[in-house]
Design a binder for this molecule. Structure first.
Ligand SMILES: NC(=O)c1ccc[n+]([C@@H]2O[C@H](COP(=O)([O-])OP(=O)(O)OC[C@H]3O[C@@H](n4cnc5c(N)ncnc54)[C@H](OP(=O)(O)O)[C@@H]3O)[C@@H](O)[C@H]2O)c1
Length: 284
């Protein structure tokens, strides 16, 4: 059973997992043409009923308030979804919970980070995600926490796809400014979905980091996207994070070291170049 299954990662996970597993997708709303059950993780009673009726072997929790600036503006709601929601899951389900967390649990002063590095979130989003990790570690005997970096795919139905924003802006000849001082290892949603499946198959537990192989600035990532889609790179100009005056602080030198899971699963994180090639091929 997947919560928040109709978001960015949920669609990739559906493609990967539905081949070999009976997947029950749940969400706040069920988009037209999709199958699933309504489940709001904020609503403990209803969530309990859904879990009882589905009786899953594993719950994969993707549901979260993911807009970092909205979390800063509405911290109470962020806590209700990102922390209390996970508490409701733990209270309703005794089996294995796979939970997706984030590199925003770090302050971004000296990334990329490994699982043993000191956490120190600098935003409400990061604080709530860290609290949800701690809750799982205390309340669930069988859990896997996978921390991810900025996820991307070419999908127009999610609210915030960086890839779509870059491609659509440049196609429409619009100039864009992209931060040159935020570094991490951007990760294709399909790559994250593949790792989730491999972790299920190998029953990996505890806390792991996953991210693709290239550690770059968001500005350089935008340039790579433009070049790969044969779009006009001169429309992209660099900007500093502080010039954006966003509601929430961002970890600047962030990103995730993946050595632990690479060793456990014997996998190689893909390059951005290979992922963008695969995305373009899939969309033809
Ligand atoms: N995107 C990234 O770059 C990134 C990086 C690291 C970790 N993560 C983590 O990965 C997970 C999946 O993220 P994503 O990129 O797929 O984000 P997303 O597209 O925003 O998906 C999250 C989903 O959760 C749903 N949701 C929100 N509140 C809910 C509630 N109370 N009950 C049930 N569902 C609820 C959202 O529905 P609505 O859209 O209708 O609100 C959305 O479908 C999240 O836990 C996120 O923290 C994401």
């Amino acid at each position: 059973m997947v919560t928040g299954a109709f978001g960015q990662l949920g669609f990739a996970l559906d493609k990967v997992l539905s081949n070999n597993h009976d997947l029950i997708r749940t969400g706040l709303v069920i988009p037209n043409g999709q199958n699933g059950l309504l489940a709001n993780i904020q609503n403990k009673v209803h969530l309990n009923e859904v879990i009882t009726s589905v009786s899953p072997d594993i719950v994969i929790n993707l549901a979260a308030m993911t807009n970092v600036d909205d979390c800063e503006k509405r911290p109470k709601l962020a806590r209700e979804i990102n922390i209390a929601g996970v508490q409701h899951l733990c209270d309703s389900f005794n089996g294995k919970i796979i939970h997706i967390s984030t590199d925003y649990v770090f302050d971004g002063k000296n990334g990329p980070y490994s699982e043993n590095d000191k956490v120190c979130p600098i935003s409400v989003y990061g604080q709530t995600k860290l609290a949800s990790e701690q809750l799982l570690m205390n309340d669930s005997t069988d859990h896997l926490i996978i921390r991810g970096n900025v996820l991307y795919d070419n999908i127009s139905y999610t609210k915030a796809s960086f890839l779509n924003w870059v491609v659509e802006s440049l196609k429409n000849n619009q100039k864009i400014k992209v931060v040159k001082d935020q570094f991490n290892n951007p990760t294709w949603t399909r790559s994250m979905a593949d790792i989730i499946e491999l972790c299920i198959n190998k029953d990996v537990k505890g806390i792991i980091h996953w991210g693709d192989s290239d550690y770059i600035s968001r500005y350089d990532f935008a340039l790579m996207i433009a070049e790969k889609y044969s779009l006009n790179t001169s429309l992209i100009s660099p900007i500093l994070t502080e010039e954006l005056s966003q509601e929430a602080d961002r970890p600047l030198q962030s990103g995730l070291i993946t050595d632990k899971i690479v060793k456990i699963l014997n996998v190689i994180p893909p390059s951005i170049d290979d992922c963008l090639t695969a995305i373009i091929e899939k969309d033809k």
